[in-house]
Design a protein around this ligand. Sequence first.
Ligand code: C2E
Ligand code: CA
Ligand code: CA
Length: 632
Amino acid sequence: MKSIFEERNYSFLVFLDAENRVRQIKLVLYIFTAILTLLVINNSFYSEHFLFPELTFILVVNSIFYFLITYDTTNVVAGMLLWTETILASYIAWQSDGLYDTAMLAFPCVLLFASMFGGKVLLIPLVLYMLSVFYFFAYAGSSGFMEFQLISNTSLWQKANNLSIILIVYGAGIVLVTTYIRKLIARLIKKEKMSQSIQQEADKLTLYDQLTELPNELLCKKKLSAYINDSKMHDEIVGFITLELCGFKWIHSSLGHSTADKILCYLSGRLQKLANEKNHLFKGAGYEFIFITQSGDYEEISNFAHQIIQAIYRPFPVESYDIEMSSSAGVSIAPFDGEAYEALRQKSHAALTHSRESGENLFKYYEVEMEEAIKKRVKMVQELKRAIMLGEFELYYQPKIDLSDESIAGVEALLRWNKNKSQIISPLDFIPVAEDSGLISEIGQWALEKACEDCKEWHNLGLSNISVAVNLSPVQFRHGNLPSIVFRALKKSELDACFLELEITESIFIEDESHIKDQIQQLSSQGISIAIDDFGTGYSNLNYLTKFNASTLKIDMSFVRDMMSSKQQEHIVMAIIKMSDVMELENVAEGVEDINTFKKLREAGCQYGQGYYWSKPLPNKEFVKKYCQSGD
Ligand code: C2E
Ligand code: CA
Ligand code: CA
């Protein structure tokens, strides 16, 4: 915003600041030097000799003043200047016509400046001095002590009185006017300051993050081109690093908003320590931070990205726990990936998405292929939405076999996307996208309802006592309403809760523990059983098994598949079977593809098996045909 003082020039009237003061006093100095020089020259014309000493004196004294004026000496120099000019004027008058001399006209002029520069402190002594000059001249003239050239000395007292009256009235007038002007200026300054602070407040609100007080993306956008230009001059490149805190949502939901906010501020403090004149930190959206880093080469940027990830990773204490926070980062580089803010931001996000998928505490540079993958993903989200509307999902069912007699003990429901009724798409391809976009909640709800409905149908068709297992994504627990969705599905299908099993993976445990625990407890309290899927690939933390009321362990197929060829894998499978026995949990071996594996598992005491050896997952119609109508 333009200052009102820039719009109108008040600088000659009042000293707004030290710089103005110096300028104004210098200006007054020029005016006095010019007036006095002209007076001396003019007087020289009419006197017998040229007033050379007076002229020299004026020039020398004023030059000294000129050099003495600094920010700190303005008050003293202003006083000295006005006093010197007053004394000089009175001296010149003394030399020629006394009270009738034109030099007397300098007095009101001095008073004007005195009132402006020094106020009453300077003005009153000067007025007193000037009055005494008038009466001294009157006395000197009338007593014959001095003979003035121009007129008779008889009316001098009267003249001195008149001059004094005029000077006092003039002085008072000046004081009034300058006081008024000063008040006016003070008011304007106050207004200016107020509008400046309002502007600062507004800037703070729009350009800074309220929580961390870091500059936000808007300011980043404003400053980016300056950083890029600066880097060009120094032969540098600019890294646009987007850093995202992983799993911060669960901190919010488990520790509460205020603790989460404190953690965010704490981490932002750590990152701030890495910011300097070459590495500029901004707060991005959500749990993101942005670093704009001016560096010599890629290696320097890589080192820096590594440093910021490490800064987040160092454990910190929260409510008697030591928390380790993970992050992922994506980097785009100006000028190679573009120079516009939008381009760099988008590309660093594309890199971030890839980095996030590759694992935690990693960073990735942008590559053209990443954008293609993201475009594909965006397209898939649109297609998934359409698929939900058109009802393109299907459930396939794979039997769970009791290894003791090879009878069917249950069924696992596995999703398929029958795209355009012509192409079956594997859940491995669309579930990650559905999870990212949140669409999995809707798809998962449909799967639950359909599985319960189909299971009830099998019961009605004579396949009684068969249970159905439905896979759940951690995302489905986030809203906290999963139990009510499950109960609704059971109620709608009239399926007994004991026939429903929910499969969760160990990855769920790194999400907000108590939030999930509560929901699982609600579910199991109604008789629904919980199976831990892909056991052995994740955390395999036994503590979780009891905490989450798990009733079944599903041994991941990566161990089962290779147990015949690898002793190590065999040992793992055996260990899991023994452990589940001890913990009184049921066990299911996944991915059984041949008879040898089946026999080995049965010998080892494994209870259930699932795999292509018995059946691939089947569409409901085929499943019913194979297992219900045969009466098996
Ligand atoms: P999962 O829960 O571990 O399912 C087992 C996967 O192994 C299934 O793949 C199944 O077809 C496959 N499989 C079964 N027996 C064999 C075998 O003998 N050999 C081999 N090589 N594979 C076998 P599918 O159906 O492609 O499902 C993949 C994953 O997608 C599932 O792994 C599960 O994590 C997820 N998924 C499937 N349906 C759903 C669902 O409704 N909701 C959620 N959230 N995830 C689902
Ligand atoms: Ca499963
Ligand atoms: Ca599995």
